[in-house]
Design a protein. Structure first.
Length: 713
């Protein structure tokens, strides 16, 4: 039995309204799942609709299971028969009956991610490609984009215009597509594409399914893409009853194809649409909601609404500016400990960030202070592939151990196969040497040119270690190895951000311990990588804002709120559309908090955005009445277990003198213009503008040049 007394006025209207086209604008925490399930129950109990004729599309299996459970609780056996599923499961059911019309057997194969990776592995082996150069995720995105644009692999090959990387991708697409066809296989993208194609080519089959579903309901409607919307309209072509629930202000998956204009313009596609706004929030306090409302009002692509709550005003939003990322992380750790002492369980606290690389400093400080944490849906910073790769490159400078050598000798690709590595390892064991020493001594007869170039590169780095800043040495490694170029060619933005964050990490470390060596740094990192979180199921949640969608926590920290980071430079380059997407992301982040919301940022230099940081506009846009801007506090003292005895730097080797003199103006590709203040046997001390300060750089290093007189005006 439906308990209408549990509903507020807007919710009740959303349940019983009889317009054929209904758009529910459901704000964060407004009880949309309750409304949607009660709507279905109302149709069955009060309107006498056969459950068999009701369809509800959700976007996760978990949501589908929850809806089924709620309907059965309300209606018991009379609720049996409603088709509630994800859109992919619906397509599976349709295709399993009618895919024969497309020449496929009814027992076609659905390939999951593991199957996809297995096919790519086959393709790479046949085409001589390496996974590290062409990551599976990026390759599958490329294939999916081609499919959604209806580009055959023949057309993709043509559009490569002979460019090697794109040509290789197109060849993999060809192999992948042909492999699926041979096994009558469909991937998840194909399930939707084949269903819309089936209906388009076979109107009789489309009408059969459209007649079956008299009432169509779609949850999370703001996240659907054009092809999914086409399918919904095909299914509604007979009875024409469409009920959609969503929030344009929470459209944060446009990079997956979601189109906010679909829900915003729904009333243009269906002019008789009844729009009902659910704006009473049952999750957060009014200060949090007012802050989120004031930010999202700056967007144009939305339907007007202002969230409110009966939970009272609550604490104001706290904004904190710190001098460094380490200071920001320590502030967060301090507050978490205070909150935990007040009685907040760790699992009720979340730290949210725009991009994965931003977890680095928080992870370190939480580990240092023995605060348990989990990375929700991701890897810890120092466990990420590109971070481990670069750390292994640095280990080649200090130790040259076999594990580091094997990991990076063919990354980027240098044509070194497993058989070659096995042979080198055998020689190394016979002679009690490292694998690097084997190739350095020329004891392996093949691939001499490749190995000679590799040794020359490593030995160059070794000669510079201790003579230049650690960050400068890492820049050399990234440039000389070709690792940075490899990521740039593949447009691996997130992995590049992680590498740049490692640059920030090593810079901050040397500023804290100015006499430290590379070996000291690597020893320090090993403390973080060796120590596991002691969570025992009770831990602080660290996660990206995208991963936080649909979740809620008593306390939320949103870190890294700086221009260029959040909103990100990448999306700002897209203009108004990109900015509005970022603002929706801020809205989602803020509305995850139930009782307390902390916003933090630092004004230090960032290698990721290549500049000093300024506070995000998403702080400035918050109504001043619901936010407190607080002063800086001292950093939390680090645990003694993580204090490191820093050994003095080795005495610098003698190097040839250079033409640089004190007072010379120089140009550096990263730090910009600077003034030479000292030349110590070819090691220049150069004063750069804030925030870089004084750096030590080899006079012979290619990243620096002396400015000519005619450039100084």
């Amino acid at each position: 039995m439906i308990k209408y007394s549990d509903l507020n006025d807007a919710q009740k209207e959303a349940v019983i309204d009889e317009h054929p086209h209904i758009r529910i604008i459901a704000g964060a925490g407004s009880g949309k799942t309750r409304v949607l399930t009660m709507r279905i129950a109302y149709l069955i109990e009060q309107k006498g609709v056969n459950p068999y004729h009701i369809l509800a599309i959700t976007f996760t299996n978990k949501a589908a299971k929850e809806m089924k459970s709620r309907i059965m609780d309300m209606l018991e056996e009379s609720g049996t028969g409603v088709h509630i599923s994800t859109i992919h499961s619906l397509c599976m059911r349709i295709l399993s009956e009618d895919i024969g019309a497309l020449g496929y057997p009814r027992n076609f194969t659905v390939v999951d991610q593991n199957d996809q990776h297995a096919i790519l592995k086959e393709a790479y082996k046949e085409l001589g490609l390496e996974k590290k150069e062409y990551p599976y995720g990026a390759m599958l995105d490329y294939i999916a984009n081609n499919k959604y644009m209806d580009l055959s692999y023949e057309k993709a090959l043509e559009l490569a215009y002979g460019e090697e990387r794109i040509l290789n991708k197109a060849k993999v697409y060809k192999y992948y597509d042909e492999r699926l066809k041979k096994m009558y296989g469909l991937d998840f993208d194909d399930l939707i594409l084949f269903t819309t194609r089936l209906f388009r080519l076979n109107p009789v089959i489309q009408e059969k399914w459209a007649r079956k579903f008299h009432y169509i309901h779609v949850d999370e409607f703001q996240d659907i893409d054009k092809e999914q919307y086409r399918l919904i309209r095909q299914l509604a072509s007979v009875h024409d009853n469409v009920y959609v629930v969503g929030d344009p202000d929470q459209t944060i998956y446009t990079w997956r194809g979601a189109d906010v204009n679909i829900i915003v313009n729904f009333d243009k596609d269906f002019p008789d649409t009844k729009t009902i706004v659910l704006n009473e929030n049952y999750r957060s306090t009014n200060n949090i909601l007012s802050g989120a409302n004031s930010v999202i009002r700056n967007n144009k692509a939305r339907v007007d609404k202002d969230l409110f709550s009966n939970k009272g005003d609550g604490d104001k939003i706290i904004h904190k500016t710190l001098k460094s990322e380490n200071g920001e992380a320590n502030y967060v750790a301090n507050k978490i400990e205070d909150l935990h002492s007040e009685g907040y369980p760790y699992h009720d606290i979340a730290v949210l960030y725009r991009s994965n690389y931003l977890s680095r400093e928080v992870e370190k400080v939480l580990l240092e202070n023995r605060i348990p944490y989990v990375i929700y849906g991701g890897l810890r910073f120092y466990e990420r592939m590109e971070v481990k790769d670069i750390l292994c490159y640095l280990r080649m400078i200090t130790r040259g151990d076999d594990l580091a050598f094997v990991r990076i000798i063919n990354t980027p690709k240098r044509g070194i196969g497993q058989k070659t590595l096995d042979n080198i390892l055998e020689i190394a064991r016979d002679r009690d040497m490292t694998m690097y020493e084997v190739i350095k001594e020329g004891l392996y007869p093949k691939n001499k040119d490749v190995f000679s170039a590799f040794v020359k590169m490593v030995e160059k780095w070794r000669s510079h270690a201790g003579q230049i800043e650690l960050e400068e040495l890492l820049q050399e490694v990234l440039d000389d190895s070709g690792y940075r170029t490899m990521l740039e060619k593949e447009n691996e933005t997130e992995r590049l951000e992680n590498v740049k964050s490692l640059l920030d990490d090593i810079t901050e470390y040397q500023e804290t311990y100015p006499e430290s060596t590379l070996d000291d740094y690597l020893q320090m990192i090993s403390l973080y990588t060796d120590r596991a979180s002691e969570d025992g199921g009770e831990a602080v949640n660290l996660l990206t804002i995208h991963s936080a969608k649909g979740l809620e926590f008593e306390v939320v920290f949103v870190i890294g709120l700086s221009e260029g980071i959040f909103p990100s430079e990448r999306t700002l380059a897209e203009g108004q559309k990109g900015l509005e997407e970022e603002r929706r992301l801020a809205y989602v982040a803020y509305t995850r908090a139930k009782s307390r919301l902390y916003l933090t940022e630092s004004n230090s230099f960032s290698y990721v955005i290549q500049s000093s940081k300024l506070p995000s506009r998403f702080i400035k846009e918050i109504d001043p009445k619901c936010i407190d801007h607080v002063d800086e506090v001292p950093q939390m003292k680090k645990s003694a277990i993580f204090d490191i005895d820093i050994m003095p730097m080795e005495r610098k080797k003698e190097v040839p003198s250079s033409p640089y003199r004190n007072g010379d103006i120089v140009e550096h590709k990263i730090f910009g213009e600077g003034v030479v203040i000292r030349n110590d046997n070819g090691v220049l001390s150069i004063a750069f503008s804030h925030p870089h300060g004084i750096k030590k750089i080899l006079a012979s290093h290619p990243s620096i040049r002396k400015k000519k007189k005619d450039e100084l005006n």
